[in-house]
Write a protein that binds this ligand. Sequence first.
Ligand SMILES: [Zn+2]
Ligand SMILES: [Zn+2]
Length: 256
Amino acid sequence: MNITVLGSCANQISNREGVALLIEQGTDNLLIDCGPGIAAAFGRVNRRMSDVTNLLLTHVHGDHITGFPYFVWNRNFERMGSTPAQDLHVYGAKDTIELAQFAISHCYPEIHFSFKVHYHVIQGGETFTCGSLSVKTINAIHTVPCLACSIEMGNKKVAYSCDSLPNDELYPLAKDADLLIHEGMLLQNAEIMAKKVRHSLAKDAGAFAQKVRAKHLALVHIAPALLGQENSLSSEAKNMFDGMVTIPYDGTVYCI
Ligand SMILES: [Zn+2]
Ligand SMILES: [Zn+2]
């Protein structure tokens, strides 16, 4: 399984995008989230949005969903004059799917896309498949309804916390994960603020990685103000976790 980190930041800035993950096993795929810089993110790794057939929108916050209508439009545009893209399946909680549908119908009321978009309302606890990829979801602990998930193929597993306070409900999904991608947005000195806005610290991610015995922890959703201080984030996580800790850049690819 290949995991391409299309975006790794907590916010879009000049050279970094909000968190977006492309999970692939052969041609089976799942894109997680679709922030405002999704087209640039695909361009940076020389990939096509029209090859993506499944999308999980984790929640309604702008850094995770505002690129959705443009993503769908690009799937059409990239294939003009050639074979149309396959249908797109979009998964998310009720409010997230309603926002996605509203955005498409109002951004592009005049366009008849050459493929269908199938919307699937799911609740935390539900499972769906993308070919050989098995996706399990749970509710994250955030300020709005939000889905964390794991993706398994054979005996390989990647788990993703999404935007969330530390969440023990993620334990069964993340247990023994080959790769745990966990929010590590802030340092310990921002603990009060992190709790208020329901985000995790780097040390929270490290503690959870230790608890679930993950093989590898990747910290994402890094606050823009902390870019350049990756060593501090990494060291706060490593104080809690015996395994490997990395902080990906936009374009980093993990193979498990
Ligand atoms: Zn976010
Ligand atoms: Zn959020």
